[in-house]
Write a protein that binds this ligand. Sequence first.
Ligand code: ADP
Ligand code: MG
Length: 494
Amino acid sequence: MGKLYQGATGDWEAVIGLEIHAQVISESKLFSGAATKFGAEPNTQVSFVCSAQPGMLPVINDECVRQAVRTGLAMGCQINLRSVFDRKNYFYADLPQGYQISQFKDPIVGEGILTVELDDGSTKDIGVERLHLEQDAGKSMHDQHPTMTYVDLNRSGVALMEIVSKPDMRTPEEAAAYFKKIRSLVRYAGTCDGNMDQGSMRADVNVSVRRPGEELGTRTETKNVNSIRYVMQVVESEIRRQIDVIEDGGVIDQETRLFEVATGTTRTMRSKEEAHDYRYFPDPDLLPLEFSHEFVDKLAKEMPELADAKKARFIADLHITPYNAGVLVAEKESADYFEELLAATVEKSAKPVSELGTLVSNWVTGDLFGALKKLGVGITDSPVSISHAAELLCLQLDGTISGRIAKEVFESMLDSRKSPEEIVEEKGLKQVSDTGEIEAMIDEILAANADKVEEYRGGKDKLYGFFVGQVMKKTGGKANPQVVNQLLRPKLDG
Ligand code: ADP
Ligand code: MG
């Protein structure tokens, strides 16, 4: 039994299903050669097909088809060797064809199961119902003119994958974990960039409540939710609202709702009575898609390593803590940065990779992520290049600087963008490991503090730290601590 929600009349269980729209990474649209670049001037990426000129015929873009299959493989879902494109008929100003080409009865990808990890470390299996290919509509722009609505058809015909879950989620956290999992899979597979603020990924959020163990309740569907936090807010607020409505003696209408960012709640968009009858039928302009096993097998063989496999490899081969490995693979860019930095550090230091995993992963997840967070930038905008980072770690590895000084050098790297070697040189930060030099210093210090030496020898062990501190003070923190220990102990004890 999953989590229950308390109402005035007893416990309730929530049921959540997500329909995720993910824009396919592809140079051109699903059925035309028009470009798909984000942020282009309105109506500059529109072909006769995307604007539905009479007599124009759709031609399937085989890269979009491959992307959908790759996504299905990444999710571990069944790939359907035969699928069909259908027309979904409705009228809207930004839909010049009067129908959307989608897939209805026979989608390109079928069922599968995703295992998601929750914050408390537990896992949960969530069913995927299907993934189908469809074209996006254009965009109505209501804010460009006081009395008119403008239409931008740049998005018209762009390939989308709609990924439909089973109603298997029970909490906002599970919905968020499922969304994150899909975002990670498509980003690692290179099939969708996952940029939610650019609309590349958005979810329709279906929520219902029921008494534990009863049949499914009536659901509402909140459209176009474009961040993981908003998905959680939609689920949370719908659960509360529906419990209140039912406990007050009302019923839930099966309706479409809209999320309002300002209040973090949803409001009615249209009721079931206003729902469309899409009159689906197979598009006569397009043949069914048929694949051979060889086609699917080849794509499967060419799949890149995905987050879960990468995490397992980091733990097994590089001996990185599961926590750090999880942090690194959460975003593909961080995993890439880490792997490139590790390779560069191996090359520069000539040490075996197995010895460097922990150092490099600690540095990336600790020092670097900490600094990036303070600067408010992502890893792709890191002010510290891979080669400078490798140089810094190698200076530490070969004993040129101590771990403490490395942190100081890193601070200067962030400010000046200079190379760590340059900074160490300029500021004279090289660690003093010269035994002769340190020994002379120790002698001086012991001579100048004869009283404390007596106390130490008389049993006041704690004073040891005082002498180490004096050496560090004299060298500005640059004395190699190991060398200091090696020389100081015998002199004091002797
Ligand atoms: P439609 O095609 O009409 O949108 P589907 O049956 O395909 O309806 O379901 C769409 C989404 O709603 C799926 O993600 C599904 O898991 C979810 N869903 C279906 N029934 C419920 C329910 N009673 N409560 C919550 N989610 C549901
Ligand atoms: Mg739906």
